[in-house]
Design a protein around this ligand. Sequence first.
Ligand SMILES: Nc1nc2c([nH]c(=O)n2[C@@H]2O[C@H](COP(=O)(O)OP(=O)(O)OP(=O)(O)O)[C@@H](O)[C@H]2O)c(=O)[nH]1
Ligand SMILES: [Mg+2]
Length: 133
Amino acid sequence: MKKRLQVAVAIIVNNDEQVLIARRHAHQHQGDLWEFPGGKREANETRLEAVQREIHEEVGLQVEQAEPLMQIIHDYPELQVELDVWLVSEFSGEATGKEGQPLVWCPLAELSAREFPAANMQIIERLTNLYLV
Ligand SMILES: Nc1nc2c([nH]c(=O)n2[C@@H]2O[C@H](COP(=O)(O)OP(=O)(O)OP(=O)(O)O)[C@@H](O)[C@H]2O)c(=O)[nH]1
Ligand SMILES: [Mg+2]
């Protein structure tokens, strides 16, 4: 059986309609691609706690309020991921790459020009519709 990972990811949009993206390290799964910050949910954690913890650990922001946006199950050849995608409506702090990863506030209109893992395609489509229509 393939491994299945539950992954909490955050769509963090600022007042200039830019979304926070990070570049995955070369050695990671789906390396060198852009991602929305987040990571694997731990046992004993709710989905909301997972996204709050991951965002604090990876980019140093406090998630003050977030709403579930969508869930995506995607099969990579080597593993299956369940992306639990949150739209962060309120946050505080300054974003920094706590794990040495490059961070960019990317204008929503330019998201589709970046390379993301295949599982992210539906998210990009959804965001484009939400904000640019
Ligand atoms: N964070 C994040 N992971 C994603 C995205 N899209 C996607 O397919 N993934 C996949 O989700 C899985 C888990 O994410 P992760 O590597 O961030 O997990 P993590 O922060 O707990 O990493 P760690 O194992 O180094 O502690 C990876 O296999 C990654 O390729 C995305 O937009 N953001
Ligand atoms: Mg991560």
